[in-house]
Design a protein around this ligand. Sequence first.
Ligand code: TMP
Length: 213
Amino acid sequence: PPPPRPPRGSLIVLEGLDRSGKTSQCARLVSHLQDKEGLPVEAWRFPDRTTCVGSMIAAYLANQSQLDDRAIHLLFSANRWEKRVLMESKLKSGTSLVVDRYSYSGVAFSAAKGLDIEWCKAPEVGLIAPDLVLFLDVPPEKAAERGGYGTERYEQLEFQKEVAKHYNLLRDPTWEVVDGSLPLEAVEEQIRRLTMDSIVTCQKGKPLANLWL
Ligand code: TMP
């Protein structure tokens, strides 16, 4: 008989505006799960700037190259597709992934430029659906006050307001919205609890699904 399969890992996605606290929360969550819970987990992020496609995205974000809005949209999507096989094998082998941004960033940021939302979703269809979407909710004005934006392409208040509108259009009842204005520890506590629930549900045999749900 084939050896028993390990329980699968959970795909946890954190989304939110620039400066919403996602990146720090991802790091804190991953060390908690590894060190305190002893779980197999990896930190991932999109864009993944380490691939060839990722280096084109990095140049675009740094304003070192100009690209048509649709062309850069498809590069962000391709950057997720090139990681799909690895993502699936990690999850199936029992490793949970904590991912800083995913398809929702892809759609919210491109649609904020005026692209049609359905057109933006189309290339994402068939990617692995997250088991948990944690949306860190911070008003754009408040995010802008936090240590200021850097110099990357999208880090401007007016544009972030448009992105916020489009995140609201994408939000569905399965998302867990966490108030990102709360103290860091309170946000962390909620994120830990929701993540542990998701990991347990996946261990119990919840099947993997594809976007869009
Ligand atoms: P980062 O700051 O999380 O590395 O993301 C870089 C920028 O890229 C951020 O402003 C959000 C944007 N973005 C998209 O426009 N489309 C995408 O698919 C992703 C993942 C990020």
